[in-house]
Design a protein around this ligand. Structure first.
Ligand code: G3I
Length: 375
């Protein structure tokens, strides 16, 4: 009897060890290759999962980067190469080669391409705002917006499904960000608001591709209720004026740790725009988790057990809410701003830890915790 007990005990321990080894092995799997998991496949039927990449990631089909991108994501966006300074550096010059290559790649792999971004105050060439040595008039800037947006959107008509038509136009303290766009165009139509440059961009984009989803994209909407309200008020006014806005992009550059209830409330503020446009959609457009607070002194991040738990919780909190919003039919795309730590814009001389895949190409525990939510 004593022996039997020992044997049963031994078998039990062996079975437990085998199981835990199995799940450990599963958790250390590389992002592509035989038996590799896939983020986008896990969330299929809920929302697309995507990443920002650069066109050079697509150069070598045998590379880790290329294979990982194809295995993990079914929507993609260019990190910099489809911005105004890259595509339209001077008035009579357009450079489409990188964007063309990107869109071709997406089509070849059944990936939904996003367009980022048509109008932004940053990475925009100065010629838009000049007429010789003088400031350009409102009419001239509006004419240039129309030409710029029409040329780009019509080139990719039916192919680029979702555009960040304008980026970061809402103010951090005031209703509208002060920029060369708002300064020069102002209230050109005299209706009492200064959304005119935004309206011109949306109208031109809609005329160029009526089926594309046209988004207004911004940061801090998940964390600042004031900013979410400013976004709500701007979009409400423009929708009521007949401006074809199809969606609001939440960039989601967040820190390690997020107030779930506040985030949910802020999404709900934007979701109320459906009272005006019942088809309005929300997308997450630039998700990443910064290990350093704004303005905080940076030392290379210490990846402690507590840090990792918090990191995992931050990502799972976000994906939990995205699943809820997808069930409500208001969200169908979650895009991360990068596809592994080694390629993130947040590595500004200090190692950061923002993505679900680490700098050495391994899937993090947070990756698996997010994946488990999809079950
Ligand atoms: O291409 C030049 C290169 O020729 C030059 O030698 C080098 C020297 O600094 O700079 C290179 O340009 C850099 C560019 O990225 C391309 O790598 C710029 O300095 C750098 O400022 C630029 O940063 C980009 C940033 O937007 C610009 O504001 C980041 O990569 C990009 O991730 C970031 O993306 C933005 C989104 O578009 C909007 N939301 C916020 C997000 C993060 O800031």
């Amino acid at each position: 009897m004593k022996h039997l007990n020992r044997i049963v005990c031994f078998l039990l321990i062996a079975a437990i060890m085998l199981c835990s080894c199995g799940s450990e092995a599963k958790r250390t799997t590389q992002p592509y290759g035989e038996g590799a998991p896939s983020l986008y496949k896990a969330f299929e039927g809920k929302f697309r999962v995507g990443a920002a990449i650069n066109s050079w990631d697509l150069d070598d089909p045998t590379s880790w980067n290329y294979q990982t991108i194809v295995q993990q994501y079914n929507t993609l966006v260019l990190e910099n190469e489809s911005k105004p300074d890259a595509i339209h550096p001077s008035e009579d010059q357009y450079y489409f080669d990188k964007f063309d290559k990107f869109v071709d790649f997406c089509e070849e792999h059944n990936i939904t391409p996003r367009g980022h971004t048509l109008i932004w105050h940053s990475q925009v060439p100065g010629w838009f705002f000049k007429d010789g040595n003088q400031d350009a008039s409102a009419e001239l800037v509006l004419e240039r917006i129309k030409e710029h947006v029409t040329t780009i959107v019509s080139r990719y008509k039916g192919r680029v499904k979702s555009w960040d038509v304008v980026n970061e136009v809402i103010g951090d303290g005031e209703q509208l960000r002060f920029s060369d766009w708002s300064r020069l165009v102002g209230d050109a139509d005299g209706d009492g608001d200064k959304y005119d440059f935004i309206e011109a961009a949306f109208i031109a984009a809609h005329e160029a591709d009526p089926d594309a989803r046209l988004m207004i994209n911004d940061y801090s909407l998940e964390s600042s209720t004031d900013k979410a309200i400013r976004m709500y008020n701007a979009v409400k006014k423009m929708l009521e004026d007949g401006v074809p806005i199809d969606g609001v992009g939440f960039q989601m550059h967040i820190g390690n740790g997020i107030d779930y209830d506040a985030m949910k409330e802020n999404y709900e503020i934007i979701a109320r725009l459906r009272d005006i446009n019942p088809d309005l959609m929300i997308e997450v457009t630039e998700l990443d988790v910064n290990c350093y607070g704004w303005g905080e002194e940076k030392k290379d991040v210490e990846v402690t057990k507590e840090f990792l738990e918090q990191f995992s919780k931050t990502y799972t909190d976000v994906f939990k809410l995205m699943l809820e919003l997808s069930d409500e039919g208001i969200l169908d795309s979650v895009v991360m701003w990068g596809y592994y730590d080694g390629a993130s814009w947040l590595n500004d001389g200090h190692q950061n830890y923002p993505m679900l895949i680490d700098k050495d190409h391994n899937l993090k525990d947070a990756y698996w915790d997010v994946l488990e939510l999809a079950d």
